[in-house]
Write a protein that binds this ligand. Sequence first.
Ligand code: DI6
Ligand code: FE
Length: 395
Amino acid sequence: MLRLWTNARVITGQTDDMQPRALDVLCDSGRILRVAPEIAPAGAKVIDCGGALMTPALVDCHTHLVFGGDRAREFELRLEGASYEQIARIGGGIAATMTATRALSVAELVATALPRLDHLLAEGVATVEIKSGYGLEVETELNMLRAARRLADLRPVRIVTTWLAAHALPPNYTGRADAYMAEVAIPGLERAFAEGLVDAVDGFCEGIAFSVAELEPLFAHAATLGLPVKLHAEQLSHCGGTQLAARYGALSADHVEYATAQDAQALAGAGSVAVLLPGAFYTLRETQLPPVAAFRAAGVPMALATDCNPGTSPLTSILLAMNMGATLFRLTVPECLAAVTRHGAQALGIGGETGRIAPGLSADFALWQADSAAQLVNRIGFNQLKARVFKGEYV
Ligand code: DI6
Ligand code: FE
C-alpha cells in the first residue's frame, strides 16, 4: 500500500510559508508517512503529478448544505428593498426553509444536497461540515443529520456534523425560547448523540434568534455529553456570543463581523478559531468588517467557509470564499489558504487528521494546474483543480 506522489510542487500548509517546494509525499494505506525529496522505496507505486501544484485538500468548515426548497424569491424581495431581518420577521427566512425541509424524506434531503456537495468536491474539498437547523423539531433535525451522514457513504468525502436546532424559533414556540430549548433542542441533541449523528453543537446567537442566556443550557448540556461547541456569533449585531463561546472553549466563533478586540482576546485565550463567512457578508451587503487586525494581533486563527445556505449565502464555491476573504476582508494569500486548510480543520477539531501535508495525517490532497497559492486565490470563477486525493486515493 506504499505510494509515492512525485513531481509535484508542494505547499504543505504546515506554516504560513505557502511557497511551493519540490517535495515527494510518501503514503502508506492512505496516511502520509514522509514529506521529503525521496527516492521511491522498493515496492512503492509511483504517481507522477506532472508538475502540478499540490496543497492539502480543502476544508469547508461551516455549511448548511442539507435543506429543502429555495429562497430566490426572497433574494428578489431584498432587491426591492426588504432587509434580511424584515423578511425573517414576516415568516420568511429560516422559517420558510423549515417548512420546505420538513416536507422532505432523508432520501430527498440527500438527493437535493448532492449537487451542492459535488460542486464543493470539484474544487478540491475533501472535508465538509454540515449543520442541522432547518427542521426545528426533533425528527427533521435528526433527518438532516442522517442525510449528512449518508452523503459520506455516497461520495469520497469526510463529513463532520453539527447539531444546530438552536438556529431559529419555530412559529409554535414564538416567545418561548426556553421551552424550545427544554423540549426540542436539548432532548433532540440527546437522541442525535445516541444515534451517533452529532460531532458538535452550534447555535445562532442574535436578536432574531437566541440570546446568550437562552443558549447557555444547551452549551452546558453539550459539555455533559463531551461534545464541542461553536457559535454563530456577532453576525448582525453585538450580542455577546463570542464571550459565551470562549467560556465553553468553543472550536470556533463564526461570522463575528461585530466582534470586538476584547472578543478576539477571549477567543485567543480559549484557543478558538474565528470562522469568517464572506458569502453571507456579500449577500447581505454587510458593511461591518470582521476585526481581522484584532484577530491577527491576538493570534486567533482565521478560517474561511462557504456558509452554504439558501438564504444568506447561496454559495457552493470554496474558491470564491477564498477570493472574497482576500478582496472583502483583506486577508493575505497565505491567510486565505490556511483558512481553508489548516485552520478549517482546526475549527472542526480535526487538525491532527487533515488540513496539512504532514506525517501521520490522512493523505488528502488537491492537485492544481497553477503555479502559486496567489493564482488560486486571485482567480474568480475559474477552477484550476486537476485532481483530488482522499485518504490516499485519486478521485
Ligand atoms: N446565519 C446565517 O447567515 C445563516 N444562519 C445563520 O445562523 C442564515 C440561514 C438562512 O437564512 O437560512
Ligand atoms: Fe451559518
